[in-house]
Design a protein. Structure first.
Length: 78
């Protein structure tokens, strides 16, 4: 839940920054600039997905190690 709220706030912040940049430039962006911006956003999304996958893998590894008691295992035991 917290992550969703943080993502929404981050998204709103980015949109606000984009609007401010447009106002500073005083007009519409060129097609090339828009394409570059979209590519940057796509790359950022891919990086975030990658990070999430790595975190999940890390969590699974922690659970599977011998002799390691994680919070997740403790919660399951309770």
């Amino acid at each position: 839940k917290k992550k969703k709220k943080e993502k929404e706030k981050e998204k709103e912040r980015r949109e606000k920054e984009k609007k401010e940049e447009k106002e500073k430039k005083g007009g519409r962006k060129g097609k090339k600039e828009e394409e570059e911006e979209e590519k940057g956003e796509e790359e950022e999304k891919k990086e975030n997905k990658k990070k999430k996958k790595e975190e999940k893998k890390k969590e699974r590894k922690e659970v599977s190690k011998k002799g390691v008691v994680t919070k997740q295992l403790q919660n399951v035991a309770e």
